[in-house]
Ligand binder design. Structure first.
Ligand SMILES: [Fe+2]
Length: 252
């Protein structure tokens, strides 16, 4: 009799072989899954460590920048916390203007360090209560460039360096040191200029009491399109006196 197919024994053997093969595949797949899970866990741990390291680095940057800005302010007893206040006003104005500045944390460093160049200005000029004579003003007006020379090689400051150099430029092109006009002035410096004037007007000085926020707002509005970017002034006007009060109270 001719055989037409495998015998039962052969079939059973084949089934057993296939089962063994399947079991081996499953074992290998299981081992691969375990290995992948270990990789994923390693990767998560690495990301976590990287994130912690980046946060630590940023805390160091902030501490360094604050230390430098405090060193500048320590010379001027009357402007106590000016840099921190003006940085907070500028961040609020930048946010109200819906600029991309809020996505760039290094910009705050520029707000804090804007007057770092004043370290090179003699006390007799820096603290002179009377108006400066032309040659004294010329020296004083060098502080943005001196400041920029101090920070220009500090890569992590990025565009914050523009604030140091350009915070005394005016929208109409009559500012200093580069007589930049309109949108040629870096955005962060245009935002900062409004904040700086706001703080100067609303802070008490030995020879005068600070204005109210309402009066300061009026003065800033009057100088839109001459000293200040009108779009930034509009954004500033959307921040309530209450919010400005809160910023001032928080910083002291
Ligand atoms: Fe300045």
């Amino acid at each position: 009799m001719t055989r037409v197919g495998p015998s039962t024994t052969e079939l059973e053997a084949e089934v057993a072989r296939l089962r063994a093969e399947l079991a081996e595949h499953e074992r290998r797949a299981g081992a691969q899954t375990e290995q992948l899970e270990r990789y994923a866990a390693d990767l998560r741990e690495t990301f976590k460590r990287e994130r912690e390291a980046a946060q630590e680095l940023r805390r160091s940057y902030v501490a360094t920048v604050r230390a430098l800005s405090n060193a500048v302010e320590a010379r001027d007893a009357y402007t106590g916390h000016h840099a921190e206040r003006v940085a907070a006003y500028a961040l609020a104005i930048g946010a109200a203007a819906e600029t991309e500045l809020t996505d760039r944390p290094e910009i705050e460093f520029g707000f804090l360090l804007h007057d770092v160049g004043k370290v090179a200005i003699p006390d007799a000029i820096l603290y002179k209560p009377e108006p400066l004579k032309p040659d004294e003003f010329r020296l004083m007006a060098r502080h943005p460039v001196i400041g920029w020379e101090i920070v220009r090689d500090v890569e992590f400051l990025g565009e914050a360096r523009d604030v140091v150099r350009s915070h005394h430029e005016r929208w109409d092109g009559t500012g200093y040191p580069d007589q930049l006009e309109g949108e040629a002035i870096p955005l962060a410096a245009r935002v900062f200029a409004v904040a700086d004037t706001l703080d100067a007007l609303t802070t008490d000085r030995p020879y005068r009491t600070g204005s109210s926020f309402a009066d300061a707002r009026e003065i800033i509005r009057e100088n839109a399109a001459t000293q200040f970017d009108p779009r930034i002034v509009e954004a500033f006007d959307r921040i309530s006196d209450g919010d400005l009060e809160r910023i001032r109270a928080e910083i002291g």
